[in-house]
Write a protein that binds this ligand. Structure first.
Ligand code: HEM
Ligand code: HEM
Length: 213
């Protein structure tokens, strides 16, 4: 018995793999139906590059900027960071195109309304990733963009000022904000995204994809 067969006899992953992947593509789909999968692939790329960046990034007021400069000193560090930066932008583009496809084909209607709602949460979470990630380089552009963004949040009636103070960890954007944004970016948002992705895919597999183009 070779290693693969042994592992298979214990985990039974061939059967699991078949039930997840070995399904024929429905007829009537076209390339626009790939946009959700492309968004998912980009998310996985972000998790991978993000985890690697987290191995050298230091989320502290005194060292964040320097830790990024140090990353730039090596070619691979610069490439890693550029990848995370561009894939983040591309993910926002593909998620919006995916949403437009779903809207145009009317695929948000029952029984897929829960998919649309989970998708709306995924959109908010993705924008949250972009907003919190933007502060992490801790340069002038990052700082002032966050001052503007959190001031906009503070202008929301009733809950705005409280929410802004919660995210900033005080009345101003400071080192405390950097730590909060980092924990939101690298812990809270990935966990919440995994949860809503699970809902998104679970419902999708139960009701099947619409084929209305
Ligand atoms: C991280 C973000 C997202 C990922 C990874 C994702 C992934 C996917 C995938 C792989 C599919 C299968 C069909 C396809 O690829 O077109 C799908 C379907 C669907 N998605 Fe998303 N999605 C995301 C965000 C959204 C958003 C923002 C919305 C809308 C607000 C949405 C609504 C839907 C709906 C309604 C379907 C069912 C479509 C059908 O059956 O034709 N998704 N999603
Ligand atoms: C587990 C998932 C993730 C981890 C651990 C992670 C980690 C990091 C780290 C350590 C940085 C600071 C390094 C730098 O600024 O270059 C960063 C920056 C950033 N992240 Fe993430 N990230 C994750 C997912 C995402 C996702 C899904 C997005 C997509 C919207 C995203 C968007 C950004 C942006 C826009 C920046 C600023 C990039 C720049 O400086 O130009 N991240 N991330």
């Amino acid at each position: 018995m070779n290693v693969i067969e042994y592992l298979n006899s214990r985990f039974g992953f061939t059967r699991r793999h078949r039930s997840v992947f070995d399904r024929s593509a429905p007829s009537g789909v076209n390339y626009f139906f790939c946009l959700g999968g492309i968004t998912f692939t980009l998310f996985l790329a972000q998790v991978t590059t993000g985890l690697l960046l987290a191995m050298s990034y230091i989320p502290s007021e005194a060292e964040a900027y320097q830790s990024i400069q140090q990353l730039h000193a090596s070619g691979s560090g610069l490439m890693l960071r550029s990848f995370h930066h561009w894939a983040a932008n591309l993910m926002v583009v593909t998620i919006i195109l995916h949403m437009m496809r779903v809207f145009v084909t009317g695929s948000y209607k029952s029984p897929r309304e829960l998919n649309w709602l989970a998708g709306a949460m995924l959109l908010l979470l993705t924008l949250g990733f972009g907003f919190t990630g933007y502060l992490l380089p801790w340069d002038q552009k990052a700082y002032w963009a966050t001052v503007v963004g959190t001031n906009m949040l503070a202008s929301v009636p009733l809950v705005g000022p409280g929410l802004a103070a919660l995210f900033k960890g005080g009345s101003d954007v400071s080192g405390q904000t950097l730590v909060r944004f980092y924990s939101i970016h690298a812990l809270w948002l990935p966990l919440l995204t995994a949860f809503f992705l699970w809902i998104h895919f679970h419902v999708l597999r139960r009701v099947g994809i619409s084929r209305s183009l």
